[in-house]
Design a protein around this ligand. Sequence first.
Ligand code: SIN
Length: 194
Amino acid sequence: MSHDTSKQNQSRQNLSNYHEIWLFGYGSLIYKVDFPFLDKQKAVINGWQRKFWQGSHDHRGTPERPGRVLTLIESPGSECMGMAYRVTEEVFEHLNIREKNGYLRHEIECRLLDSHNQITKIVKGLIYIASPENAAYLGPLPESDIAEHIARSEGPSGKNSEYLLLLAEALRNLGAHDEHVFTIENHLNDIIDR
Ligand code: SIN
């Protein structure tokens, strides 16, 4: 199975039928906004958890030495906070390439929040998820081992540690608590101090 999902994503939803297009970002799409947007708002989705269980062969690692980046794992009762962007259809030409390493584009219910975390609107959002069936999936490891893996990985987009540290900072700025991410960040900081 190929890692490259860009072709599949081109035809997964017919975006010209959408009245408004919202993209939900939970990982690098929160802090690396290399696309134009019309509006952005903090948002949550229900039933999913961020996990550093996806391999990165193209951004934070290489085909020989993949790094570890985020995907979402189904988790009934969990809430995942991120950033929603209102975008135009053209943005997905870029995002389908950026998120090509095993991520498929799905529709998801997205709750837009105000600064007091009150829901202002519920919208249909688009989201990139790398499922456990994709060829680049690495799967679970203890968080200390994930930190070791991240500490030694690097790819064309930069150090894998930068992905984790920028994400952790962005989550704090959003007021989002994520035990998995912050535990790995603590382990990584210990490794850096060693
Ligand atoms: C996302 O940020 O929503 C997708 C995963 C990533 O690019 O880090």
